[in-house]
Design a protein around this ligand. Sequence first.
Ligand SMILES: Nc1ncnc2c1ncn2[C@@H]1O[C@H](COP(=O)(O)OP(=O)(O)OP(=O)(O)O)[C@@H](O)[C@H]1O
Length: 339
Amino acid sequence: MLNASDPSFPFPILIGDIGGTNARFALLVDVDALPQQLPPIKTGDFATIEEAMQKCILDKTPVRPRSAILAVAGPIKSDEIPLTNAGWVIRPKDMLASLRLEDVLIINDFEAQALAIATPAEGDVVQIGGGSVRAMSSRVVLGPGTGLGVAGLVFAQNTWIPVPGEGGHVDIGPRTERDFRIWPFLEPIEGRMAGEQILCGRGIMNLYRAVCAANGEEPALADQAEVTTSALTGSDAAAVETVSLFSTYLGRVAGDMALIFMARGGVFLSGGISQKILPALMKPEFRVAFEDKAPHSALMRTIPTFAVIHPMAALSGLAAFARAPSDFGVALEGRRWRS
Ligand SMILES: Nc1ncnc2c1ncn2[C@@H]1O[C@H](COP(=O)(O)OP(=O)(O)OP(=O)(O)O)[C@@H](O)[C@H]1O
């Protein structure tokens, strides 16, 4: 019989990061073992998460997980959790029964990203610009990907407390003369410009089309990967400007988040796009915009910014939590199901 107040999870623990397109899993056999990573799964290839987990994990390993800790891109409000941007609905009660698990915890995907920045290994991050980490101070993670995820990480009472939210939907406005020329051509959402209209995959295209329109040109490039590739090789002037402006706007929003959380512990850029445009983020635009926060520019210069280059950052955060749940203030109420 499981003790209701026990924060620990019985090993072996299956950890999973379930995105809109890809699901990544790993097994933690015991508290000291390294996570055994499993090949990524395309969510679209399986009708249900139970089928995916059965065929791709349980049928392929002799290890029988007793717990599962999953991070999902979607609201966790009831016993039925629909995944944003994917067809799966997670039903933890069904999962307990069909996969014979004893304990299931579902958290938000950016909460897992926040867990990963508590104690990143040296090779997991690359610093962009100056500043230095102040120990035991708040941190922030921003991830431009399918959308723009944001979470804080606050240190209090000897625990790291992830603070997930909807920070990607803050308003973003024009500041420079060039911004004012481009802004009328950006596609808004219900009449307003939210950060996520620019700072994500489809946002890159929104910005690229607006740059072309402001120049009176027809867009020549078809998707966001073409835009970033052409920008990095310097083969298309509108793409170069798009990625330069993207870096500036990401720096502005990252700076805003740093001010909100007083993130003297650092601001971390995760998500697939940050890794893909890292050479552009290392140019001056991102950091200049980050520090340009009068009357607090001196403060901003002391706050370090990093790109997370660990390919499975969310899984590493989940592994850290699974090994030592009491080091983290992760809310379990309403998100934990036990047999
Ligand atoms: N080379 C690239 N340049 C710019 N954007 C890209 C590039 N490759 C992929 N993208 C865009 O990045 C977004 C996906 O980002 P990411 O890989 O971080 O996924 P995610 O949000 O974690 O989603 P999931 O976990 O569901 O797969 C998509 O909008 C995709 O079109």
